[in-house]
Design a protein. Structure first.
Length: 102
């Protein structure tokens, strides 16, 4: 999978802030989902950006995540429960969740 610019930007900023992240991206059923996760303040932050390719029109894409294509959908995962999902710009993600482990 070729990493889109918005995901590269997020990961580069996490690296610059010395935040250890991991990749859980996948392709399934015509959907391509780029998922980046890391720990912040004792919870897991999960940011996704993805799309579905239209079978009849190669190259035609439809967003599969909130805010697509300009924003990333982020949520907190605490005790296996997803909470606070919202679409954000990369800078907003870093400002809100870029604290790493505290």
């Amino acid at each position: 999978m070729m990493i889109p610019t918005i995901i590269e930007d997020l990961r580069r900023r996490l690296d610059a802030n010395r935040i250890e992240w991991w990749d859980e991206s996948l392709e399934v059923g015509g959907a391509t989902i780029y998922r980046t996760k890391w720990k912040s303040e004792g919870v897991t932050v999960s940011c996704v950006w993805g799309f579905i390719e239209h079978e009849s029109y190669p190259g035609a894409r439809m967003g599969a995540t909130a805010g697509w294509p300009d924003m990333i959908e982020c949520a907190l995962i605490d005790d296996g429960k997803i909470r606070e999902p919202s679409a954000m710009l990369v800078q907003q993600v870093i400002e809100r969740y870029g604290g790493g482990l505290r």
